[in-house]
Ligand binder design. Structure first.
Ligand code: FES
Length: 347
């Protein structure tokens, strides 16, 4: 549990409760919740928590000069959740229920704040107030209201809690709370989404004879039917994206200089090309030694899994169709976080 007190204005009791949990505490809560999250959002929720690490937010918040720190960590793109309160989770199935989830979290926070005195010091943690249980309670309230299974609400509710943690309750409340999907995609069922993710490209009648000339589809936005590109069997994800000239990618995101995936070095040196693998992770090559070492140095994920949910697109080779999510920012902050953790444990 973090003992650091943020340099901010007085927090509401609900915000203080959320602040009591450090990155490890949040990840433990998400892990505890995984069994309650619907298959359609299990991976997506974990990807979202990798895309918006609390430790990076805290480091920037506590820095004497956040702009300078962002420069040192080579941060590019939009890494602040406060700028994307309604949009950061568009790739999560539960985004469809965002207006109801957002409202329920606000009401839950208001109830908390009425019951507890305003304080800027961490509250003693009551055993019945575990973060995972709080999230589950709110998800169940929304599930009853919408007459849905709670499993479709748990992931997005966890996201809403972390969004309050990183943006503050006031900014969270001020966001419009909109669903940002068109009617066609908003109507898709979890089964439809899961079966689209599981689908592989047909290679034609003699497909079983093909080797290198097999072609696979990579989808990089499940809510946009045109967000697909093809690559050859065993090409890396970034290589395939380069040929996609279907729109002005740079106008959408200045980091996208060669197709939809931001790239610079293409050799696991810069960290620009990280992606979340929402479907088909098993169809990518195993993480090789260099990718494993570098992705940890960048700060994106710390795992020894051979096919994790976060990959470097310039290193992961596809042997089947995959569905990915492109984060809105990149940087190199693993070393900085390692040092902060060391300082915390020394103090
Ligand atoms: S493009 Fe630099 S790490 Fe992939």
């Amino acid at each position: 549990m973090s003992t650091t007190i943020m340099k901010t204005a007085t927090k509401t009791p609900f915000e203080s409760f959320l602040t009591q949990h450090d990155e490890e505490g949040w990840l433990a809560a998400v892990t505890a919740l995984l069994r309650s999250i619907h298959e359609v959002d299990k991976t997506a929720t974990q990807i979202w928590f990798s895309f918006y690490p609390l430790e990076l937010f805290t480091a920037l918040q506590q820095a004497a000069d956040p702009v300078q720190l962002a420069r040192e960590l080579l941060l590019q793109g939009d890494y602040y959740l406060k700028n994307q309160i309604d949009s950061s989770h568009k790739f999560i199935y539960g985004h469809r229920f965002w207006p109801e989830v957002k409202k329920a979290v606000e009401q839950h926070a208001d109830k908390w704040n009425k019951l507890q005195p305003v304080s800027n010091t961490p509250l003693p943690q009551a055993p019945d107030q575990s973060l995972a249980n709080e999230i589950l309670d709110v998800a169940q309230i929304v599930a009853r209201e919408l007459k849905l299974g709670p499993s479709l609400l748990v992931g997005i509710t966890a996201v809403a809690f972390m969004t309050v943690r990183q943006t503050g309750l006031e900014a969270f409340k001020a966001a419009p709370g909109k669903v940002l999907l068109d009617a066609k995609h908003a109507k898709k069922s979890p089964v439809q989404v899961l079966s689209a993710r599981a689908k592989d490209d047909s290679q034609g009648f003699f497909g079983f004879l093909k080797t290198v000339d097999k072609k696979w589809t990579v989808n990089h936005d499940e809510n946009d039917d045109s967000a697909n590109y093809k690559l050859n069997n065993a090409q890396d994800l970034a290589w395939g994206a380069e040929a996609d000239r279907s729109r002005d990618w740079r106008a959408l995101d200045p980091r996208r200089v060669e197709g939809p995936i931001p790239v610079e070095c293409r050799s696991a040196s810069c960290g620009t090309c990280w992606v979340g693998v929402i479907g088909g992770a098993e169809k990518l090559s195993d993480v090789a030694a260099r990718e494993g070492k570098q992705i940890k140095k960048f700060g994106y994920i710390d795992t020894t899994e051979p096919k994790p949910l976060i990959r470097l697109a310039c290193q992961a080779q596809a042997h089947g169709a995959v569905s990915i999510v492109i984060p809105p920012w990149n940087g190199v902050f693993g070393k900085h976080l390692g040092k902060t953790r060391q300082d915390d444990s020394d103090s």
